[in-house]
Design a protein around this ligand. Structure first.
Ligand code: GA4
Length: 321
């Protein structure tokens, strides 16, 4: 049995869908509620231009269709787990039924290797703008100073990443070792094992093929139906820390059914490496909301995260008690 495999709830009715064209205070209320209960929601009418999305998707499909030797040549100069990857995830022995492209949003030297760098840059700008807007809406409803969260991801030295994941149909991966042995799930393979995202906020979209599951407060896996016109948004570890544990950095995973190709593109909004992260003062109340996390730099936390396994719960090490 794959460790951490829990029961699956059969519907995704528990996933909040937030219409961003509603009145602003309504949107911010719904976003905060979703972050407190699940740490995950979908946004529709988000304002990101469909042409930018389609271009990014088509270019990604073209990239993954290239011969293996060409894809393998896309490597990052100084980080072994960046660039093109196949099966191996991170540096500590995790693997999944996946091929991917992982890169820093500010790494122009790396991006210039691609014929489609302009599509990638347009996409990054658009999702960054969406992430900032969502973070500002959160700040408004939490009554914390404006731009408290968004300013961290807006600077040129922000450490944000993009990951394009391609989960290919199973016959291309016959002999995979990461099968779930539970009979009802026997055809599903672990595409990307359970984990939380270490950054501030993740903005993800996929091509209409499902597989993403989020863990709810009862510890059940809730499937997230893929809607190519929506973006999925999830709270990352740093936002859980800054809100002093009020927001939930949601555990999630991808189970690949093996019938169709799933393509997803995740933007991980992160602060600069030297940014100090800790519970923000308005989130701490001495009596009923004492400080839960220590203050640390993103660089310190990142080092810790990257030396651990995917499913390790990492924030426990940074609790005050
Ligand atoms: C999960 C979120 C992002 O995909 C990622 C992943 C990173 C990697 O692929 O190198 C990590 C994983 C992620 C968390 C724990 C460590 C680091 C793999 C891994 C085992 C790019 C990220 O930032 O953290």
């Amino acid at each position: 049995m794959v460790k951490g495999s829990q029961k699956i709830v059969s519907v995704d009715q528990d996933i909040p869908i937030i219409d961003m064209s509603q009145e602003r205070t309504q949107v911010s209320k719904q976003i905060v509620k979703a972050c407190e209960t699940l740490g995950f929601f979908k946004v529709v009418n988000h304002g990101v231009d469909q042409t930018i999305i389609s271009r990014m998707e088509q270019e990604s499909i073209n990239f993954f269709a290239k011969p293996v030797h060409e894809k393998n040549s896309v490597k990052s100069a100084n980080q072994p787990n960046f660039g093109y990857g196949f099966r191996d995830i991170g540096l500590s022995g995790d693997s999944g039924e996946i091929e991917y492209l992982l890169f820093h949003t500010n790494d122009s030297a790396f991006l210039s290797q691609f014929s489609f760098s302009s599509a990638v840059n347009c996409y990054i700008e658009a999702v960054k703008q969406l992430a900032r807007e969502i973070l500002d809406l959160m700040a408004e409803e939490l009554r914390v100073p404006p731009y408290t969260f968004s300013k961290l991801i807006s600077t040129v030295d922000s450490d944000s990443l993009v990951r394009v994941n391609h989960y290919t149909p199973s016959d291309e991966f016959l002999g995979g070792t990461t099968r779930v042995s539970d009979k009802s799930e026997s055809l599903m393979r672990v595409g990307f094992g359970e984990h939380t995202d270490p950054q501030i906020l993740t903005v993800l979209r996929s091509n209409g093929v499902g597989g993403l599951q989020v863990s709810n407060s009862d510890g059940l896996w809730v499937p997230v139906f893929s809607d190519p016109s929506a973006f999925c948004v999830n709270v990352g570890d740093l936002l859980q820390v800054m809100t002093n544990g009020r927001f939930i950095s949601v555990k999630h995973r991808v189970m690949a059914s093996g019938k169709e190709s799933r393509l997803s593109t995740a933007y991980f909004a992160a602060p600069p490496l030297q940014a100090k992260i800790g519970p923000i003062p308005p989130m701490i109340k001495t009596v009923n909301q004492p400080r839960v996390y220590q203050t640390f730099t993103w660089s310190e936390y990142k080092k810790f995260v990257y030396s651990h396994r995917l499913e390790d719960s990492r924030l426990d090490m940074f609790r005050t008690c």
